[in-house]
Design a protein around this ligand. Structure first.
Ligand SMILES: Cc1cc2nc3c(=O)[nH]c(=O)nc-3n(C[C@H](O)[C@H](O)[C@H](O)COP(=O)(O)OP(=O)(O)OC[C@H]3O[C@@H](n4cnc5c(N)ncnc54)[C@H](O)[C@@H]3O)c2cc1C
Ligand code: FES
Length: 258
């Protein structure tokens, strides 16, 4: 893990309220699914760093790219940063994805910005299918990066402007075979539904969780989630999303309490 100031190479709007941030930081190594904590302000407001997944290594290898959506104060401040400004970066953090067993049919399920950690994963696991749920077609444009990797992409949009009209779980029904392994990231209701469907069909499922985070390193206990009946070998009742996760096997989580 590094704690440094990185320079902004670019910070450009690539979709409605979506920004691609290029930083001149080259982590020695990172695992798909790991994230960074960014300090978006030198002042006290907002005081806390914000978590963002690592999207990809910049072409040419001169840095990394993060992809984010403006949702509140911190991301609004971030969106106003210009090339040459510097940001505090802490990372890479978290555990990242467990790679699928050989021969598994890999199904990725993303909702909105949940697509971010799945990109470096898809880069390593070529040929995985992506089921992508968004509000509308404009929000879904990021999927082009996955098509370039050779991933078959199926869309679900809430307004029906692209693919199936409705939630991404409609698409998942047809993909849940016994040889499948599911990797999901997105809003809590989506993850709950995906975990329930995977449990119902006996399909192995990994979820990358999002929680508000203060420290990002397992110290403040602010990102705790309750463990499920099939807790891991350590059998912890509560797990820290930042340091035990953000990726968990879905059966490790108590979804009633999530
Ligand atoms: C491990 C991890 C990785 C993430 N990766 C990305 C990413 O790659 N790209 C991206 O756009 N976002 C990502 N997020 C979410 C991102 O951290 C939040 O959107 C951001 O912290 C919001 O900060 P803000 O100050 O703009 O909003 P705030 O003013 O803090 O909140 C504004 C609104 O956003 C909601 N919100 C705040 N934090 C979260 C959160 N963590 N999850 C869901 N809703 C939240 C609040 O409830 C509120 O409704 C990630 C979160 C985690 C935990
Ligand atoms: S954010 Fe502090 S323990 Fe996870």
């Amino acid at each position: 893990m590094e704690n440094l100031d990185a320079g902004i190479i670019y910070n450009k709007e690539v979709g409605p309220g979506y920004f691609l941030l290029g930083l001149d930081w080259r982590p020695l190594a990172f695992k798909p699914g790991q994230f960074v904590m960014l300090r978006v302000s030198d002042g006290l407001d907002p005081l806390l760093r914000r978590p963002f997944g690592i999207y990809r290594v910049m072409s040419g290898g001169n840095g990394v790219e993060l992809l984010y959506q403006v949702v509140g104060k911190g991301t609004r401040i971030l969106s106003l940063k210009r090339p040459g400004e510097r940001l505090g970066v802490l990372g890479p953090l978290g555990n990242g994805f467990t790679m699928p067993p050989k021969g598994a049919r890999v199904v990725m399920v993303a909702g909105g910005m949940g697509i971010v950690p799945l990109y470096p994963f898809a880069h390593e696991v070529r040929g995985a299918v992506l089921l992508y749920g968004t509000r509308d077609a404009a929000q879904a444009s990021v999927a082009g990066d996955f098509k370039e990797l050779g991933c078959p992409v199926r869309h679900a949009t809430e307004d029906g402007s692209l693919g199936v009209k409705g939630y991404v779980t409609e698409l998942l029904k047809e993909e849940l075979t016994r040889d499948a392994v599911v990797y999901a990231c997105g809003p809590a209701p989506m993850l709950k539904a995906v975990a329930a469907m995977a449990a119902g069909s006996g399909t192995q499922c990994y979820v990358s969780l999002e929680r508000s985070m203060a420290c990002g390193i397992g110290v403040c206990l602010g990102c705790a989630v309750k463990g499920g009946a099939h807790a891991d070998a350590e059998n912890k009742l509560y797990k820290m999303v930042c340091s035990d996760g953000p990726v968990f096997e879905s059966k490790e989580i108590d979804w009633e309490a999530f």
